[in-house]
Design a protein around this ligand. Structure first.
Ligand SMILES: [Zn+2]
Length: 429
């Protein structure tokens, strides 16, 4: 590759090729295309293999080396001038939900590829190598849990645990990985990276509603899942006077109201969801003996989340006591909030400002591979609007302009760290 001396004006004028990015997204969308305009490219299926093959082919055409690790994560590497410096990583996922869209995950991978293509167009060699990752099985719809490939690298999951996951028809993850030819030899362990960036559609409505092009993601919400069990006594719905009943619903009503109020007090980031209620024995003309209520509480700040949980526990015991109901709370799952790297988040804000784009800091309500990479690398995410905040849906949509703007921010955020602190890079910039 030819290296050119470039002045700072020329660097700041660099833009990705929006049409090329869009065309690549549409080419990838043909693989596993669904009749209603979405994608079904679930992890380790034939469609996933075809999508991976195309990504690798595109990378090789740019002169990248290709590394595949034991869990099937793919890394395209565009070599920098100084191999001793930690590389910069860009990544997301190519797998989709069964009735998924054309942008969730795919955008982050192909925006990364577009950054490499843009550097190639201009013959620029960065001080640090730049890598683009395609993480395996982010969606978790075929093999649970989600974000498995990045989770193994981060050490959240053992490799053998990942291999042993099975899909609905009993096919094992490792067999399927072998079948599509993507079990690599590189260890699925953390490496040192200067920075990791993930561009993604927001999957929520905030950017669109506020006509904001770029979301600089400060972190990912933490979550708690609880089962609340309320035990009373079952009895006949007709003859039993109201005052002599021990009906668990009497305690459940203030608990449900209170849980929503809890989230309301922590607006705009507090979240409370009652996703399921099971009544036993579950008969129309019998006061239930037992209710099990599934509660999901979320907030991006650990301290606030813990305060919400404490208040929730108090609420359950108070309501149960008032209505003479036995109560129990079981913690089912906890995901601590992820805070992205402050310097990288500010860098994203600054790059968007330099590009004249309307930007805002935002919190991610959904999990992403960045949740895991933040465990071993300074990480930040770039959100762009999606139509109606819709995702995990065949109608998922984003505009070429917004997708291009996000890729421009990604390009400049990457350039900023890929050339720092190399003195030659300073001159380049
Ligand atoms: Zn995604």
């Amino acid at each position: 590759m030819q290296e050119q001396k470039t002045n700072p004006e020329k660097i700041s004028a660099l833009r990705v090729d929006r049409a090329r990015l869009w065309n690549s997204l549409m080419s990838m969308a043909e693989i596993g295309a669904t009749p209603r305009g979405g994608c079904n490219r679930q992890a380790l299926t034939d469609e996933d293999k075809t999508g991976r093959d195309l990504f690798v082919e595109w990378g090789r055409a740019l002169g990248c080396s290709v590394v595949i690790d034991e869990v099937g994560n793919i890394f395209l590497r565009r070599a920098g001038r100084n191999p001793s410096l930690d590389p910069v990583l860009i990544g997301s996922h190519l797998d989709t939900q069964p009735t998924g869209g054309r942008f969730d995950g795919v955008y982050g991978v192909l925006a990364g590829l577009e950054v490499l293509r843009t550097l190639n167009d201009h013959g620029l060699t960065t001080a640090r190598s730049v890598e683009v990752a395609c993480w395996t099985n982010e969606e978790g719809c075929r093999f649970a849990p989600a974000m498995l490939g990045s989770g193994v690298v981060a050490g959240t999951y053992d490799l053998d645990y990942a291999y042993s996951r099975t899909d609905k028809s009993g096919r094992r993850f490792d067999d399927e990985l072998d079948r599509i030819g993507y079990r690599g030899s590189a260890p699925a362990r953390p490496r040192a990276f200067r920075a990791m960036f993930e561009a993604h559609i927001e999957q929520g409505p905030i950017l669109e509603q506020t006509a904001t092009t770029i979301g600089a993601v400060t972190g990912i919400q933490g979550a708690y899942w609880f089962d609340v069990t309320l035990e009373g006594a079952s009895c006949h719905a007709g003859p039993t006077p109201m005052e002599s009943r021990r009906d668990p619903w009497r305690a459940a009503c203030p608990i449900i109201e209170g849980v929503f109020a809890l989230a309301g007090r922590e607006a705009p980031w507090g979240r409370a969801t009652i996703g399921d209620v099971k009544a036993s024995p579950g008969s129309r003309n019998t006061v239930p003996e037992r209710l099990v209520i599934a509660v999901d509480l979320r907030h991006p700040e650990q301290a606030v989340l813990e305060a919400m949980v404490a208040e929730f526990r108090e609420l359950v015991s108070r309501s149960a006591q008032t209505h003479r109901i036995d109560s129990r709370i079981d913690k089912i799952w906890h995901m601590p909030p992820t805070r992205f790297d402050a310097e990288l988040v500010e860098r994203v804000v600054r790059c968007a400002a330099d590009l004249g784009l309307k930007r805002a800091k935002i919190v991610s309500g959904a999990g992403h591979d960045s949740l895991h990479t933040a465990q071993f690398a300074p990480t930040a995410m770039i959100f762009v609007p999606c139509s109606g905040g819709l995702s995990h849906n065949e109608a998922e949509a984003a505009t070429p302009a917004d997708l291009g703007a996000g890729a421009d921010v990604l390009l400049h955020a990457v350039l900023g760290v890929a050339d720092d602190p190399d003195p030659v890079a300073k001159e380049l910039r």
